[in-house]
Ligand binder design. Structure first.
Ligand SMILES: Nc1nc2c(ncn2[C@@H]2O[C@H](COP(=O)(O)OP(=O)(O)OP(=O)(O)O)[C@@H](O)[C@H]2O)c(=O)[nH]1
Length: 389
């Protein structure tokens, strides 16, 4: 293995580390300009810079033939391991274990004064490094599973590489007595782990960005409800189930009455608050299996799987009453809010588009007949509720 590496093999690693750090810096430079930079960006940058600096110093020492004790680079990798742990916790939004590991690293750094023998020092410091990588690995695995992010899984594998490399290096050092090969193994696994961490971090940020984009494409930013596209995507499973089991699916179209007047009299911000209030009332009035979406400016849609027209009408009536009972308070004024609702239901192979059109048609009839009421479509004829104002 030594034949493969030139005399100053560390320069090879430095070249690799330099290239990959440069790539990371380019991405970090670009991402830091974003309005919401990805979590952990700052700490990962510190980690990358510290690693690069450590490797450059190491290579310079090799180049000048200055004798390098095993403990010097081992101490650098230990600090590196701790920085990686800090970066991992920052990215995952966790803050436990920082002081304990930090204290251990401090002991490792100070051990240079009270541990006699390079061998023991190397063993202590490389073990602390492995512990830092192991703890980071647990956090990467946790975040990878929580966020379904393959980038964190790559970083987890990187820490595993370090965990495998460490005992092999210790074996080469203490059992085989081959100090040079032990050093090669320790730093080989460290550099490859670093390369994988950087690739993993970039992949993690990319996946997060892509998840953010698809979230934006399906969620309404004002109310955090689904938009029309999100509604269609989230109903795919329940519509297929309704078709297979011949179940009813009901839809309630909800439109705020005289909303333009609210905007004109109280301003656009108050109008937005009215929309948010209606969204939260609709969401709180329905079941977990129901789907609520904002389909237009002041229009909402509630789709209820496995629900027939009768039940849907009762839900719509309850919604109407609940919204009418909750006026918006602005500067000690109460702005009354009412909605018009249209209900439709279909059984079996439901065409979502048709169901929405029918609930819309019923809702417009509720508007035409005085607003603040429920109308419904039952085998085409449209009916109006009697109890509304
Ligand atoms: N504040 C606010 N207003 C919005 C938003 N989207 C649409 N609007 C406004 O909502 C108003 C809808 O007005 P219309 O369609 O005339 O409906 P309306 O005044 O509620 O009357 P009816 O539905 O017939 O009772 C328009 O003035 C839009 O500018 C939004 O996101 N925020």
């Amino acid at each position: 293995m030594q034949d493969f590496f030139p005399e100053h093999w560390s320069t090879l690693y430095v070249g690799l580390i330099f290239t990959i750090t440069l790539a990371q810096m380019l991405v970090v430079y670009d991402l830091s300009a974003a309005s919401t930079p990805p979590a952990g960006l700052g700490m990962f940058t510190v980690y990358a810079m510290a690693t690069l600096l450590g490797w450059i110093l190491f290579a310079l020492q090799q180049g000048t033939d200055t004798p390098v004790g095993m403990a010097v680079p081992a101490a650098a990798s230990m600090i590196d391991g701790y920085l990686l742990f800090l970066a991992a916790t920052q990215r995952a939004g966790l803050h436990s274990g920082r002081f304990i590991l930090g204290g251990l690293c401090l002991v490792g750094c100070l051990s240079i004064f009270f541990v006699k023998g390079d061998d023991k020092l190397f063993a202590l410091q490389i073990s602390i490094t492995a512990l830092c990588f192991g703890c980071s690995g647990v956090i990467f695995a946790y975040r990878g599973l929580r966020e379904r992010n393959v980038g964190d899984a790559i970083m987890f594998l990187a820490t595993m590489l370090m965990l495998i490399g460490t005992p092999i290096a210790l074996y080469l050092q203490f059992v085989r007595g081959d100090q040079e090969l032990a050093l090669l193994m320790a730093f080989g696994s460290h550099s490859w782990a670093y390369v994988m961490v950087v690739i993993g971090f970039l992949a993690s940020v990319l996946v997060e960005y892509q998840q953010h984009l698809s979230h934006l494409a399906t969620v309404d930013p004002l109310t955090q409800l689904l938009n029309r596209r999100g509604l269609e995507a989230s109903l795919r499973v329940s519509l297929a189930r309704a078709q297979r089991l011949d179940l009813y699916t009901a839809a309630v179209a909800i439109d705020i009455d005289h909303f333009k007047q609210v905007n004109d009299s109280f301003g656009h911000d108050t109008g937005d608050n009215v929309i948010r209030l209606v969204a939260s009332i609709v969401s709180s009035c329905c079941r977990g299996s129901d789907v609520v979406a904002r389909t237009g400016g002041e229009e909402f849609l509630l789709v209820m799987p496995d629900t027939n027209l009768e039940v849907a009408r009762k839900v719509a009536e309850r919604l109407r009453e609940s919204i009418a009972e909750h006026p918006l308070s602005v500067d000690q004024q109460r702005i009354p809010i009412t909605v018009s609702l249209g209900v439709a239901a279909a059984r079996g192979d439901v065409q979502l588009e048709q169901l929405l059109q029918e609930s819309d048609r019923a809702m417009y009839l509720a508007k035409r007949n005085g607003r603040n009421r429920v109308a419904w479509v039952d085998n085409k004829p449209v009916h109006l509720s009697a109890g509304s104002a």
